[in-house]
Design a protein around this ligand. Structure first.
Ligand SMILES: [Zn+2]
Length: 466
């Protein structure tokens, strides 16, 4: 039986349960709120010009480094390693929702742009482009042609509405030549392929049902309606007087549309119900507004002035106000690193990272000094600032900082240093689970105080009545 005793007892250790084992006042304090700062597309690859470091690792980032030194770091991937995720899919997982339940970017953009989607309607991202006919196949000449507001208006007037086999198709403009196609009327299904090849010079792909829905009549009907619409749009736009004028000026005609990322809204458990925290998103862009509306987060539109440092500083100021109210989880987002990376200039990305760090140096201290706030900094995905990929599949650095968070002694915030951190590898919805854990709100497995399986504890349960 002696072997069953804890090793310390066997060695004669007798704890004094009246003193040393009790926490000192304040020692067990845990934060009650979370600030999640997402530096969009921060992760990158290594480049010879930076001595084989990433832009983040070669940037001067004293504020991020100080944050890492006060907390625990790890490497985060919102999906699985190697998977290249768009921001909206990554954020869906970061907010604690499984990627398989993602409703599609088309549906979120519609929601964020004020387009009402009725149950069953399908929303598809679409924009006007320049195409050419090569032996009956459509080739993308210019994915992003320049156009003024009058030209965009003429395109929408000529090819904005269509009907085929009882399916109504309507183009809702979100900005310039970009918009959302809403398909309505009868049984429809968004499991169709994209036509957008995403790169100039490539051929458009046929719109067909995805393999898992190949036999589904609603999906086939959706693909057929979308195909008929895209053919109609090409014909209608080709006759447009504005395009004749563009051609005469040496500009590519706006003679087609490309489509991608079809989706449909489906029932979802609101964020506050799932996690027991009132959530808010401080971001810009229709897709974030749509995601916030979908999950029940308050949306606070952040300004985009082109000055990454000033914009981040203003966001941090707004974050103080929001977290001093009833917001328990605040998502603070900047897309500046991602946009810099998309210019395919690693030096521009490094400069943006340093600008953001200067804002953090000025604005982060109040959060770190507030015992009620858990500060988490990470990115949604990697965006390589060289090469042909849009986004890439490497994990990104993640740091937790706040009362009770383990300190791992790392003194740098970058993609390689973080691999040695105490958080280890963190994936998908684990981020939200770790946040609940750090706020002392995680549920002990097997405990059921509500009929639903909620992520947080204690749940919003009905009291036992006598
Ligand atoms: Zn991007």
């Amino acid at each position: 039986m002696a072997n069953a005793l804890p090793l310390a007892r066997q060695a004669g250790y007798q704890p004094d349960r009246t003193k040393e084992t009790l926490c000192k006042p304040g020692e067990a304090h845990v934060p009650s709120k979370c600030l999640l700062i997402v530096l969009d597309g921060l992760g990158d690859r290594s480049y010879a010009r930076f001595g084989h470091l990433t832009p983040l690792a070669s940037a001067r980032t004293p504020a991020l480094d100080a944050l890492a030194a006060r907390g625990a770091s790890g490497l985060y991937h919102a999906g699985s390693l190697g998977q290249a995720l768009p921001s909206e899919n990554a954020h869906f997982a970061m907010f604690g929702y499984e990627l398989c339940d993602f409703p599609g970017r088309g549906a979120l953009e519609a929601l964020g742009s004020g387009v009402e989607l009725a149950p069953g309607e399908v929303a598809v991202l679409a924009h006007f482009v320049s195409l050419e006919n090569v032996d009956g196949r459509a080739r993308l000449v210019q994915d992003l042609p320049r156009a003024d507001a009058a030209e965009a208006k003429a395109c929408i007037a000529a090819a904005g509405t269509f009907a085929h086999d009882g399916v109504q198709v309507r183009f809702h403009q979100t900005k310039g030549l970009f918009g959302v196609l809403v398909l309505s009327g009868g049984a429809l299904d968004p499991r169709v392929t994209d036509s957008n090849p995403m790169r100039d010079g490539r051929f458009l792909s046929a719109v067909v049902p995805r393999a898992e829905a190949a036999a589904d009549p609603a999906t086939r009907r959706t693909a057929a309606a979308l195909t008929a619409y895209l053919r109609f749009a090409h014909q209608a736009l080709s006759c447009l007087p504005e395009n004749a004028a563009r051609t005469a000026r040496g500009l590519a005609p706006l003679n087609g549309l490309v489509s991608q990322r079809a989706g449909r809204l489906k029932p979802v458990t609101p964020f506050a119900r799932r996690f027991g925290l009132k959530g808010a998103s401080l971001a810009s862009g229709a897709v974030f507004k749509g995601l916030a509306a979908y999950l029940g987060l308050d949306f606070v539109r952040a300004r985009e002035t082109g000055d990454a440092e000033a914009d981040m500083f203003e966001r941090l100021h707004l974050a103080r106000e929001l977290l001093s109210g009833d917001v328990g989880f605040l998502h603070l987002h900047t897309k500046a690193p991602d946009e810099a990376a998309h210019t395919k200039d690693p030096v521009a990305k490094l400069a943006v990272i340093e600008a953001l760090d200067r804002a953090l140096a000025r604005g982060l201290a109040p959060f770190l000094d507030d015992p009620e706030v858990l500060t988490v900094v990470t990115a949604d995905h990697s965006t390589p600032s060289c090469g042909q990929l849009v986004h890439s599949g490497e994990p990104v650095p993640l740091t937790f900082c706040g009362p009770g968070v383990r300190r791992d002694g790392l003194s740098r915030f970058d993609e390689v240093t973080a691999a040695a951190g105490a958080l280890g590898p963190v994936r998908g919805t684990e981020l939200m689970a770790l946040i609940l854990n750090a706020l002392d709100r995680c549920r002990l497995a097997g405990i059921h105080d509500t009929p639903e399986s909620l992520d947080y504890w204690p749940g919003d349960f009905d009291p036992f009545r006598l």
